[in-house]
Write a protein that binds this ligand. Sequence first.
Ligand code: LR7
Ligand code: MN
Length: 595
Amino acid sequence: FQSQSEVTLSPVHEPVQSSPEPLKTGVIEENQPYPVPEFTPIDFVPLNGEEEKSFDLYKAARTVSPEDVFVDPKAQPWHKFDVKSYIDAGRIKNKNDAYKTAAFNQLVSDDVPMDREIPDTRLGTCNSVVWPREGLPTTSVIITFHNELRSTLLRTIISVIRRTPSNILKEIVLVDDASSDPNVGRELIKINKVKLILNRKREGLIRARIRAAMIATGDTFTFLDSHVEVNQDWIQPLMQRIKENPRMVVAPIIDVINKDNFQYIGADAFLTGGVSWAMVFRWDWLSRHEMETMDHTVGLKSPTIAGGLFSVGKAWFHELGEYDDQMDIWGGENIEFSFRVWQCGGEMEIMPCSRVGHVFRDDHPYDFGKKGSNHVFVKNNNRFVHTWMDEYSTFYYGTRPNARSILPGDLSVRRHFKEKLQCKGFDWYVKNVYSRQHMPERDSIAWGHAKRGEHCLTVFPLKNPQPGIYGKLGGGNCNQGINNPSFQDMDKQSLVLKKDTGLFQQPTKVLHDGKEVYENKCFGSIDKPPKDGSKIVLADCVDENDHQRWVYHSVNLKLDAYQDLCLDAFQMGNFRLKKCANKDSQQFLFEMLNI
Ligand code: LR7
Ligand code: MN
């Protein structure tokens, strides 16, 4: 037990809270002393009180007391684990509580076998390739959880043990993030290779993962959510890619486990990770050409990752500074990590031959603290927007004007890593990594889609086409605006209002010498001069443009030279100029404002 003291990196900063049933001290495996994490504090000279506090938090988040780590020297192979007692201890009596703990169907989950077979969802030549089991890096699978169902958690662990070659699977590090029943995690150390860190106080998944990384010993770390099932040969493509390039961060394709009936469904393979200007993760479709030429056995460059399921080299993860320990509970760390990896000299790929199913749900079944979930997401996002996005933060705040009211807090530790690794700027990232992203125009007042009630301003074709006129303006169901992955093809709703010229425009596909190109066309009154009742059409922009020059007055769109005429949602597919009045049909809200 002498080795215990070496585990504590520095004094534990937080008092250990007493729980009603005090848990025993962690057990150290005989013959295998508890590993001392390779932790070198960053070279950091605090300048003021805030920075000093940040550095203390940085250290505290990376300090794991041996009292909080549990392993069982008498652990057994998984098939000796008493599954029935483990699951029965958590069964619900009342059917109405099926979704209460986890927001997915516990009644079904508890009866789905822990070692069930799932369909092999890989495409292309993935299942005819012989994936080598030797000569690959080892991995520590890291799973953090807060009030996870016993059955989904155990199925995750058993699927990992069954479908990962044992020479690659170094260990499974669980982090119980202060779940209300500590036995859910505690009982699992009876299974070989499972270690448990107990968070005595809720840290959120981001700090929970940092803690796991401090004690994990594999050559690589593989993070998983606590409700997944890994598929056939899932780990080899990931490990092989990291072996080829130690700065590569790799993710599987994330299949879907239905939250109601637990069916396992293959997900689309033709997607890469993206992000909206609101900094919400999204999937972007590949182009038709990319789909047709795709080789599933090769990594697919991905600007971002979903966050829950990925592998990264241990050394690279530490060199990068793990995660931002001042991000709470949930959200944003995946986008932050993606920007950091790319901007600081790494790469990210999805390996389509690696498949892992995840139970998707609609809500978070857990608590976000007194300020609520929105405050937590926005603060987490603001932290990385300020660290990584440079002047592109305008686009974020344009989409999320309210985000300005929440301060990101001290960022000195994160900026330290940015300097130390000599990371590139966001401009480089958007041009070289995420060229698929749509760029709002900078010299504009407003852009994106414009909403009128439930509907969005939309261009419709004319019944009788006229030369130089490309459509009329009306209202239609909203697509996702700027955040739509295939924005270029669905541009019937993407609008720009120019700052100086007052032109209200849309990029429109036109034929030029037989080639399709985008040109800005202008909205204006069909009548010259405009009058009450004039139709609004999309036409070539002209110099004599009294009928095309607009101003945006609070929520009204008016013609600059005719201040008593306002755009009016006259009929659904047929907007007109009408006398300005304080009514709903004249109020338009843009997706982004340049404020
Ligand atoms: O306080 C908490 N402590 C935790 O340990 C809250 C959550 N958690 C655990 C939780 O038990 C789960 O295992 O953290 C994991 C993720 O939380 P979920 O499953 O409630 O959320 P999610 O599936 O929406 O999470 C996605 O986004 C998160 C943003 O912070 C993380 O990056 C998750 O890892 C990520 N999950 C995936 O990417 C899975 C695929 C989803 C897609 C696309
Ligand atoms: Mn999840």
